[in-house]
Design a protein around this ligand. Structure first.
Ligand code: DOR
Length: 424
């Protein structure tokens, strides 16, 4: 089978490629790309004028909920949502039930993914057994089984000595240690950012210190150990100040944020909107600006969804009892594209945050536009505006503050080797 994509804006962040032209796929592999490709017979031709064609995204922060909470999501539905969002590689977090803390559980996820997944799944295993923060897991055996990183995501590792050892141990296996920066002693009982909105709603707030203290400790431990530290979902202006200091000091680390931290503020929670309850919590306008600036400066290198499905059982309850988290696989790209529209990031820089940087951190090969490589490509319409309704959601859960909101930028087709998925 041959597919010829005509007149697309072809972008590839792995080689700073950005031009308008044609791209030929043969037997599922990229055969060629140029300003014009003519005279190839027997092709399915896709007129892609006005569309962008780029490699599938790599989302390094996804909750698939399998095993144990399949009423919220499973590997089949989560990866289908990923495919529709243009995300072709996902790293899934280990805060399942039971937590992924053994080679057998890593293999279980990979086996399920082989049977059911629409996109490639890379498991992340726990730092500590049962995510209890007490005893390290066996990093070498977890890596051998297929884990691409370790994290107690959902929780911080509060014992500094254990985290220090985790970084030293991970260094031997070149496994990124992904930290959920939130000191539980400071955030305990809080369900929203500590500030104007927590006061208005009469809810216990989570102070900025809960994140900043955790960020600082982890960076200092990375400095002492040289351990491969990755900081997940950074949300605060003050955390960015600490990250800047760490860069100046030459501390080795990488850091990510999520679209909700550069598109929404704590105001979203008004009316006790549980779909806007997330950990870390939505912050203020000032924080949103600082996160954008940090992406621009390259202090934050990754945009990940933190896709966290919850059912009405966990969301349609009193605000304080609701589980934190929002789905994000299908909004990752349109919300990130907003940064391009606003002139914060160039298209290539934005795609680096969504494809090559997370792949580098996970030590996996990203999809790319290179001759001979598998075709793992997205056709994206940057102009299309649409309402993000429940019918469009492929996930089992629909907990997102973007539900029924207008989005701009839509994945139209996904080409995954020999399969052409026409999405809308
Ligand atoms: O809001 C969140 N939900 N933050 C996390 O870190 C975990 C996630 C979840 O698993 O639901």
């Amino acid at each position: 089978m041959r597919i010829l994509i005509k007149k697309a804006r072809i972008l590839d962040p792995s080689q700073d490629l950005d031009f308008v032209g044609d791209l030929l796929i043969e037997e599922g592999k990229i055969k060629g790309f140029d300003k014009r490709i003519e005279g190839v017979e027997g092709c399915k031709i896709i007129d892609a004028e006005g569309l962008w064609c780029f490699p599938g995204l790599v989302d390094m922060h996804v909750h698939l909920r399998e095993p144990g909470e399949e009423w919220k999501e499973d590997i089949e539905t989560g990866t289908r949502a990923a495919l529709c969002g243009g995300v072709l590689r996902i790293a899934c977090m280990p805060n399942t039930k039971p937590p992924i803390d053994s080679p057998e559980l890593v293999k279980f996820v990979l086996e399920k993914a082989r049977e059911k997944a629409s996109v490639k799944v890379y498991p992340i295993a726990c730092i500590t057994k049962g995510q209890k923060g007490e005893e390290l897991t066996e990093f070498g055996r977890l890596k051998e089984a297929g884990a691409v990183g370790v994290s107690d995501d959902g929780k911080w590792v509060p014992n500094s000595e254990i985290m220090r050892r985790a970084l030293l141990y991970a260094r031997q296996f070149d496994l990124p240690v992904i930290s959920h920066c939130e000191d539980p002693a400071l955030s305990k009982g809080g369900s929203i950012n500590l500030g104007k909105m927590s006061a208005k709603l009469g809810l216990k707030g989570i102070p900025a210190s809960a994140e900043v203290v955790a960020v600082f400790r982890d960076l200092f431990l990375a400095r002492e150990t040289g351990g491969p530290l990755h900081l997940a979902h950074i949300s605060l202006k003050d955390s960015i100040k600490v990250l800047k200091w760490a860069k100046e000091e030459g501390i080795p680390f990488t850091a990510e944020t999520c679209p909700h931290y550069f598109t929404l503020t704590e105001k979203e929670v008004d009316g006790y909107n549980t779909f806007a309850k997330v950990n870390p919590p939505l912050r203020t306008e000032e924080d949103v600006e600082a996160i954008k600036e940090a992406l621009k400066e390259g202090i934050l290198e990754v945009i990940a969804s933190d896709h966290a499905p919850h059912s009405p059982l966990e969301k349609e309850v009193e605000f304080e009892l609701a589980s934190p988290g929002m789905i994000g696989l299908q909004t990752l790209l349109p919300l990130s594209y907003k940064l391009v529209e606003e002139g914060v990031l160039s298209p290539i820089k934005c795609l680096k945050c969504l494809i090559t940087n997370p792949a580098r951190i996970l030590r996996i090969e990203p999809p790319s536009v290179k001759i001979g490589k598998n075709a793992e490509l997205i056709l994206f319409d940057p102009r299309e505006e649409y309402i993000f309704t429940q019918e469009l959601i492929k996930s089992k859960s629909y907990n997102t503050p973007f539900l029924n909101k207008k989005l701009k930028g839509r994945v139209k087709k996904v080409i995954l080797c020999n399969f052409l998925h026409t999405l809308c």
